[in-house]
Design a protein. Structure first.
Length: 123
């Protein structure tokens, strides 16, 4: 069977076609001692990856220790700015921390009208 043959994917392959494909694939069995070679190679790889794991975990710890205080400071600064700029009239502290707008009944109804008319304008 050649590579440029057209295959019909809607029907089942014949026994001859499957036999040809199996023969073209080569032997299925591995050479003697394959499992021993794989296990020996894996044992060597396990000892070398332990040191690389230590190195990568040390690198991640180093980066975290440098960036975590900066990220915490940025969160505190942004939270303070949001608290100071929000009016605070009847608005929960969490909403002010995140800088969310005050939700009123009128704004909820205007959002509903915006959502229902959006589908009509985009047709």
């Amino acid at each position: 069977m050649r590579d440029d043959d057209v295959h019909d994917l809607t029907s089942e392959p014949t026994d001859d076609a499957l036999r040809t494909l199996r023969e073209a694939a080569g032997p299925v069995a591995f050479a003697p001692g394959f499992a021993d070679r794989v296990m020996a190679r894996r044992a060597v790889a396990d000892t070398s990856t332990e040191t690389s794991r230590d190195t990568s975990s040390d690198a991640l710890r180093y980066v975290f220790m440098r960036l975590a205080p900066l990220a915490a400071a940025a969160v505190l600064v942004l939270s303070t700015v949001n608290l100071m700029s929000a009016s605070g009239r009847g608005q929960p502290v969490i909403d002010r921390l995140f800088g969310l707008p005050t939700v009123t009944l009128a704004s909820a109804y205007s959002l509903d009208g915006t959502l229902t008319s959006w589908g009509e304008t985009n047709r």
